[in-house]
Design a protein around this ligand. Structure first.
Ligand code: ASP
Ligand code: MG
Length: 404
């Protein structure tokens, strides 16, 4: 008899019928004698709707109030799911993040989990209950509700699996696994049966929005293997686990795309020590995730610095950068939306050459201009114009022979 952690995302619990369906699935695992701890997201659309309501009242709502607002979405789902389980004779108890013992730091809207005290949940499982836990939320040491960043229920699930020493961790979602690229763009994309944490991490942070990137980092750090699978079918999903030598035989595992990118260019930056440090310190203090950074060779004592951020943080980033520009005397700031990041990922790149050249050739042949490039050991990313993103993905996916 196993201890199984399952996570159901927003689409899987997106309607009353779907919640009833999830309850039936849980029942069948429970009937086999397994102990189950289930983490749920808010019903699909609910978190977005709460954000939009807040922004109608105030364009810059306070982060702490946002946490207390957004955490309500998951609380609706845990109770509905417990109620649905009771209706079919399955004992179940719901837990807010706080009651489940999830303690975080105080970074509202993007808190990090510090510690989990799972005793209450364990006791409930011991008594035969299915434990149902609100994903995406915890509390800080002052008792304020915190949230873990968009998509944070994944992190709740992985962290709970680690804290409970679960035998299995299953992430149920609306896709049946991780694909070589988005099948809506390339219908012949294939499901990937096994991935390393690092590849999954790159795929997740690069925009294959199957899972929240931080949750994959956490899984890697605590070695929590997990399976991504569909809540609507019975098919096997994608298993994500630590790297094995045979995984390197595939050079490029997948092509991912992040459309929600924006670029900021600071022009006329005085080329002397201190500017970059002040700029990126200001952005860090505003808790903005900066992705690619490019600084040009300077001419006549001034240079340009460009960097990318998520498009939802563009506004915040501009506000954080402005005082530095004014104080240190750069000439200006340009913000550009409508760009996308396309990346190829594979641990096989470590031992193969010519991978980037092949990617750039396929983009050139497709008439796609490259604006920025960055690489790591297991990925190559380029910034391109968003309107060309689909054709670019098709070209690169084809070039590496990833289609079925
Ligand atoms: N409900 C939250 C969100 O939409 C957390 C999650 O779904 O994982 O981001
Ligand atoms: Mg989600």
């Amino acid at each position: 008899m196993a201890l199984i952690v399952q996570k159901y995302g927003g689409t899987s619990v997106g309607s009353i019928e779907r919640i009833a369906n999830v309850a039936r699935r849980i029942k069948s695992w429970h009937d086999q004698g397994h102990r189950l701890c289930v983490i749920v997201s808010a019903m699909s659309g609910v978190t977005d709707q709460l954000i939009s309501q807040a922004k109608q009242l105030n364009p810059h709502p306070n982060d702490r109030e946002m946490d207390s607002l957004l955490s309500t979405g998951e609380q609706v789902t845990i109770s509905l799911l417990a109620i649905a389980l009771h209706a079919i004779g399955v004992p179940a108890e719901s837990f807010t993040g706080a009651r489940a013992g999830i303690l975080t730091d105080g970074t509202h809207t993007k808190a990090r989990i510090r510690n989990i005290s799972p005793e209450r949940v364990l006791a409930s499982l011991q008594n035969g209950n299915v434990g149902i836990i609100a994903g995406f939320q915890g509390q800080n040491d002052e008792g304020y509700i915190t949230t873990l960043g968009r998509g944070g229920s994944d992190l709740s699930a992985i962290a709970m699996a680690a804290a409970l020493k679960a035998d299995v961790c299953q992430i149920y979602t609306d896709v049946d696994g991780v694909y070589t690229t988005d099948p809506r763009i390339v219908p012949t994309a294939k499901k990937i049966p096994v991935l390393s944490y690092d590849e999954m991490l790159e795929m997740a942070s690069l925009g294959s929005k199957v899972m929240q990137a931080r949750s994959v980092e956490f899984a890697k750090k605590f070695n929590v293997p997990f399976e991504v699978r569909s809540s609507l079918t019975e098919t096997e999903g994608t298993l994500v686990k630590s790297e094995t030598p045979d995984m390197e035989s595939v050079v490029v595992r997948g092509v991912s795309l992040d459309r929600k990118q924006a670029k900021i260019t600071i022009t006329g930056v005085p080329d002397k020590p201190g500017f970059a440090s002040r700029l990126f310190r200001a952005l860090a203090d505003a808790a903005i995730n900066v992705d690619m950074i490019v600084q040009n060779i300077s001419a006549a004592g001034v240079t340009d610095i460009s960097f990318t951020v998520g498009s939802d943080e563009l506004d915040k980033a501009r506000r954080a950068a402005q005082p530095v520009i004014t104080t240190l005397g750069a000439t200006g700031m340009l913000a550009q939306e409508g760009i996308a990041k396309l990346s190829i990922v594979g641990i096989g790149m470590k031992s193969h050459s010519g991978v980037a050249a092949k990617m750039f050739e396929s983009l050139a042949a497709a008439g796609v201009n490259i604006q920025m490039i960055s690489t790591s050991e297991i990925k190559v990313s380029v910034i391109i114009e968003e309107s060309l993103a689909d054709q670019a993905v098709r070209a690169v996916h084809d070039a590496f022979g990833l289609s079925a």
